[in-house]
Design a protein around this ligand. Structure first.
Ligand code: ADP
Length: 138
């Protein structure tokens, strides 16, 4: 199994609750490395692109409202099997499905306020890293 990069983003609820250190600790304890990171304030246009697959969902305005409510912390995380490994560490998208022991299972307050984004696949991770780390979003 080869090393992979994945894009991780700590969402505004994570920043406001002071859980950044806690979540980075979990990522590092798993053995993954943070190879780049930056704080960003995202625009609505940028979020429409990042969440294009959800733009026609009734809850999309709630995503926008949440993601525009404060800064986010983006990271490139690297390690063996890191894309799937981070999805397991993060836990299920839906609040009621996130297992105890996962980041969302332990800390999420709702499906919207679920603290953290992680890439779905290696290919999507590459696209997200390019989007977040090669364009001016701060
Ligand atoms: P993930 O963040 O697990 O990769 P998605 O890409 O499907 O999942 O969704 C992006 C974000 O949109 C989720 O993290 C969550 O904050 C929000 N979301 C997804 N589905 C719902 C839903 N049914 N109700 C409310 N918010 C949702």
């Amino acid at each position: 199994m080869a090393d992979e990069n994945t894009f991780i983003m700590l969402k505004p609820d994570c920043m406001k609750r002071g859980l950044v250190g806690e979540i980075i600790t979990r990522i590092e304890r798993k053995g993954y490395r943070i190879i780049d990171a930056k704080m960003m304030k995202l625009s609505a246009a940028f979020l429409y692109e990042h969440y294009a697959h959800l733009a026609d969902q009734p809850f999309f305005p709630l995503i926008l409202q949440h993601m525009l409510s404060g800064p986010v912390f983006g990271m490139i995380v690297r390690g063996e099997n890191a894309v799937l490994g981070m999805r397991l560490l993060v836990g299920a998208t839906k609040f009621e499905d996130a297992q105890p022991g996962s980041i969302r299972g332990d800390y999420a307050l709702s499906t919207i306020n679920n603290l953290i984004h992680c890439s779905h696949t290696v290919e999507i991770g590459e696209q997200e890293i390019k989007r977040f780390f090669s364009t001016a979003t701060a």
